[in-house]
Ligand binder design. Sequence first.
Ligand code: GRF
Length: 197
Amino acid sequence: MADAASPARTRVAIFISGRGSNMAALLYAAALPDAAYDVVLVAANDPQAEGLALAEAEGIPTFALSHKGMSRADHDAAMDEAARNAGAEFIVLAGYMRILTEGFARQWQGRMLNIHPSLLPKYPGLDTHQRAIEAGDSHGGVSVHLVTPELDAGQVLAQIKVAIRAGETADSLAERVRFAEHQLYPRVLNDYLRMKR
Ligand code: GRF
């Protein structure tokens, strides 16, 4: 996807577990002429992850390995090997529903980003939208952050706030937050990679 005249792009692997809409946003943003990265692998811990078929259709190499029946360390090691074999310099977690081992997180520290559907440090973990609504917050939102061994606790690189309307449900909020996610993730990844060069 890089054109001959563009500066070298960073090779990134995207890890997913499901739908992969953020992966799609990242993939299509990489098709823009000024993108700072190429997607060299889409990897999943669920062979049925919907996003894998999309990546394949777009000609991106994929890797799938169910975590079931494997130790966390062995599964992380296999994902790590797949990323390295693809020549990835960076890992981008996009709806990857796995808690990482400390070793894996340390191995990629500074070179691994995650997107989380809340205004961190509020609501790390699951059920973020429901928790924001129940707390009476005026806004939910999305954060892109560096990944460290502690869950959802690495440095926040950027956020977008999303208004919580009267009668909002977790599903309706999640749907709108996803629009914001798709704007935010490619932009932050591009900016971060350029800053690291
Ligand atoms: C997104 O809401 C993301 O913030 C969270 O998991 C969801 C993934 O959605 N980490 P998708 O698979 O990218 O559609």
